[in-house]
Design a binder for this molecule. Structure first.
Ligand code: HGY
Ligand code: MN
Ligand code: MN
Length: 413
């Protein structure tokens, strides 16, 4: 790469600020749930930015937005990307940084009058978060052939609204077949969303992460059914209380994290029906998010939960049924691309260290179909999925310059 090629840092920061205004929350974060009106507004804004940059913009049947910069030769492209949908209590950086940085990389190449050997593209993938529709990373999963368009369109949110209907409602059911653009490599810039890089940065800050892979994920939805009864008159021994069973399951899952190395567990959704103070509940729908850097211990944790529920169901007289919401194996990224990120950081005089990702990312899907790698920047306070999520302009610009250098190398290798 011409050694003085850099992104336009001010333009990167101001574009992120513009996108952050869409779905802005009073707490200073963003709420752009997948396929909501706020997501549509963000999509419209992004398409406008890509068109103004002269990219050829295509939308596929699951709503993935693809901006393409033509290379000198036809063939598989170097793809950059991430997502612009957020969780309900989202921040300004999760996902948005990777999409904005991808647009900025292509803009910097155009400013420098450079045409890459290969096509390059930036993609904003639909429903990465999985906060509204399941599974997470759905847009990528369909793109990578893991899920059919029809199956994805039939997914429903908690209110029973169909994904396909929402996609049509916001005008983003595109004509392209997901995966229409063949990938030579995929690179993603993302905030770390945890405390590691910040803790290593000290006062100088700014240690970047060369991501070696992503941990395995298992999301389960459990429906527990008991017998609704009067909270004052029903003797304890006669109760079949799914609320109590749900609490026991949550505690059991937490105990697993103390005996299975690397195991993480939490219950992010607990919906109680009828949800009245004086009624022993009839039904509880709850989720478990189980993760582990390794597939085998994660499988052990899931089996332990299922066995515990079978025994609990007998003992508490509560029926318990399971539904898979997401299930992705541990993912290893491509060594030559990881080394490329390290080389780019070294060229730029930026400190970088290898690490695994605790969060799932679109890159987890792309690594099924092409060599993939990610670069992380520090999250201040290790916070994410929280309005106070924050990364510095300096670190964003550093990460985007590493992305530019690594992408340029991959596009011309
Ligand atoms: O849940 C995750 O790890 C990602 O933020 N979707
Ligand atoms: Mn993300
Ligand atoms: Mn996220």
């Amino acid at each position: 790469m011409s050694s003085n090629l850099r992104i336009d840092g001010a333009r990167l920061v101001s574009r992120l600020a513009e996108l952050s205004k869409i779905g802005a929350t009073p707490e200073g974060g963003c709420r752009r749930l997948a396929l909501s009106d706020e997501d549509r507004e963000g999509r419209d804004w992004l398409v406008g930015q890509m068109q103004a940059l002269g990219l050829s913009v295509k939308i596929d049947a699951i709503g993935n937005i693809v901006g393409i910069l033509k290379g000198q030769q036809d063939g598989p492209a170097v793809i950059l990307g991430s997502h612009i949908d957020t969780v309900g209590t989202g921040g300004r950086f999760d996902g948005a940084l990777g999409v904005i940085a991808g647009v900025e990389v292509l803009a910097a190449l155009k400013d420098a009058g450079l045409t890459p050997k290969r096509d390059m593209a930036v993609i904003a993938f639909t429903n990465e978060e999985g906060a509204r529709f399941h599974p997470d990373m759905l847009g990528y999963y369909v793109w990578a052939g893991g899920m059919s368009v029809a199956h994805a369109h039939a997914e429903k949110d908690a209110d029973g609204v169909l994904l396909g209907e929402e996609l049509r409602r916001i005008g983003y059911e595109g004509a392209e077949q997901p995966g229409f653009l063949k990938a030579h490599a995929y690179l993603e810039l993302h905030i770390e969303q945890g405390p590691v890089l910040e803790s290593e940065g000290g006062e100088t800050g700014g240690v970047l992460g060369a991501v070696t892979g992503i941990q395995a994920i298992c999301w389960l939805e459990l429906t527990l059914k008991g017998k609704p009864s009067h909270a004052g008159t029903t003797p304890m021994a006669h109760r079949r209380d799914p609320g109590l069973a749900a609490a026991r399951i949550n505690v059991f899952a937490n105990a697993l994290t103390k005996r299975i190395p690397g195991q993480l567990a939490n219950s992010g959704v607990i919906r109680v029906q009828p949800g009245n103070v004086n009624v022993v509940p009839e039904m509880v729908v709850m989720t478990l998010d189980l993760r582990n850097p390794l597939d085998a211990p994660l499988a052990e944790a899931e089996a332990a939960v299922r066995a515990f529920c079978a025994e609990l169901s007998e003992r508490d007289g509560v029926s318990i049924s399971f539904r898979d919401l997401a299930r992705f194996p541990a993912t290893a990224f491509a060594e030559e691309l990881i080394a490329g990120m390290e080389a780019s950081a070294a060229e730029l005089g930026l400190p970088i260290r290898r690490m695994i990702s605790g969060a799932g990312h679109d890159a987890q899907m792309m690594s099924r179909i092409c060599p993939t790698a990610m670069v992380f920047i520090p999250s201040i306070g290790g916070l994410s999925h929280n309005p106070a999520e924050f990364s510095t302009d300096r670190d964003m610009i550093a990460g985007a310059n590493v992305l530019l250098s690594a992408a340029w190398r991959a596009a011309n290798a």
